[in-house]
Write a protein that binds this ligand. Structure first.
Ligand code: V47
Length: 372
């Protein structure tokens, strides 16, 4: 069947996608510059179905943010606070362990743990937190600390990146989330996150982690000051590292939420841009297995549509979310398992509950009844 493309410039891209050929920088630009969203969706869906058939993955996870105190003052962020700010918080180890257990059931297979760059919390403190979590919840996967936090702890401890990662792994960290990559363009980074590690450093820490056998996710923040060139280059740099290490599991495009940030004058992203970013990511990142439509950031409605525009994952139950809600997100903080199933099924996809590394999770009837 030949699709009808309104945008004839997409024809050569279509031929490549049909033949399973790798797309290049100019193809990426052509995709980003096209308004033929249905054609982009058609192409991305072709690739998505080749890789994952009709399945959409989700998981039952809990986010934990131990502290919002952060030495960096990134203009993109509404979450980080200075330690003197009366609204800032830092959980004690006991509080982290207690939070992890709140609402805990057999169901949770992952804790997603990220926070600010705290001026005083040490690598030992984090290791104790992870050991304590593993002791209390031995079956739960710890997806914890972004490359930015790893870089910060490596600097503070004086151990360097490799030894820091080794310590964290020994304490129980099982994989790394994809946050903090933002956009690799240094021109844009200077404005939105000038206190953070550079794009090169983010990639170097990911490389080190992958070399040690630690899998990670990767992200791109869009909808602020970046342009099509920046987005295309960002995706191709991730693809290049993936060729070398094979360590990225999932890519998550993150829509910028301007509320309560110093960039609050910028408009929010549109549904059109959100779906386009999902589709282009699926087409350019041909070596990253999964594309996640993170419902907290996109809204459940767009995350559901994304399952027909290249995404094969919708994230999970989340339970408590702070980073996007501090930046004005109006979505709920948690979705029940039953609601995730409904979103996926109504999109004509087959829901598969997964663990962090995409192994299917089998539930006994008893657990299932509790969850639904
Ligand atoms: O690192 C911060 C971004 C990230 C804002 O790996 C903002 O499975 C938009 O990385 N507007 C955190 N974005 C979220 C994240 C993530 C989420 C879900 C799953 C996974 C995964 C990773 O959010 C931050 C930063 O890049 N961010 N502030 C803001 N105002």
């Amino acid at each position: 069947m030949h699709p009808v493309f309104e945008d004839v410039r997409l024809k050569p891209v279509f031929e490549k996608v049909r033949a399973g050929e790798r797309l290049n920088h100019n193809d990426g630009l052509a995709l980003y510059r096209s308004s033929d969203l249905l054609a982009l969706g058609y192409l991305a869906n072709l690739v998505r179905e080749r890789l994952h058939g009709n399945v959409t993955y989700f998981n039952v996870n809990r986010h934990i943010n131990p502290t919002d105190v952060c030495v960096a003052s990134c203009r993109l962020c509404a979450f980080g606070k200075k330690s003197k700010d009366p609204k800032a918080y830092t959980l004690s180890l006991e509080e982290v362990w207690e939070k992890a257990g709140q609402g805990w059931s057999e169901a949770v297979t992952e804790f997603h743990i990220v926070g600010g760059l705290h001026p005083e919390l040490t690598l030992d403190w984090y290791c104790e937190m992870f050991r304590g979590l593993k002791q209390r919840f031995p079956g739960v996967h710890l997806k914890a600390l972004t490359m930015v936090e790893i870089g910060w702890l490596a600097r503070r401890s004086g151990l360097g990146v490799r030894a820091t990662l080794e310590r964290l792994m020994a304490a129980g960290v099982d994989s790394l989330p994809g946050g903090g990559a933002e956009i690799f363009s240094e021109r844009v980074r200077r404005i939105i996150c000038d206190h953070k590690i550079t794009g090169d450093e983010w990639l170097e820490i990911a490389r080190e982690a992958h070399k040690l056998g630690l899998k990670s996710n990767c992200t791109m923040l869009y909808g602020h000051l970046e342009n099509e060139e920046d987005r295309t280059s960002h995706l191709l740099r991730l693809r290049e590292l993936q060729e070398e290490t094979g360590g990225f599991v999932t890519f998550i495009p993150l829509a910028f939420h301007p509320a309560n940030t110093p960039l609050r004058h910028l408009p929010s992203t549109t549904g059109f841009a959100d779906l386009k970013n999902i589709a282009v990511a699926r087409l350019l990142l041909d070596n990253v297995p999964h594309i996640k439509a993170y419902w907290v950031m996109l809204t459940p409605r767009i995350a559901q549509l994304a399952q027909r525009f290249g995404a094969d994952d919708i994230d999970g139950t989340v339970v408590e979310e702070r980073i996007y809600h501090d930046a004005g997100a109006t979505t709920s903080q948690s979705l029940r398992r039953a609601e995730l199933l409904r979103l996926i099924r109504e999109a004509g996809r087959e829901p598969v509950e997964r663990d962090t590394l995409y192994r299917p999770v089998r539930r006994s009837e008893a657990t299932f009844t509790v969850l639904v």
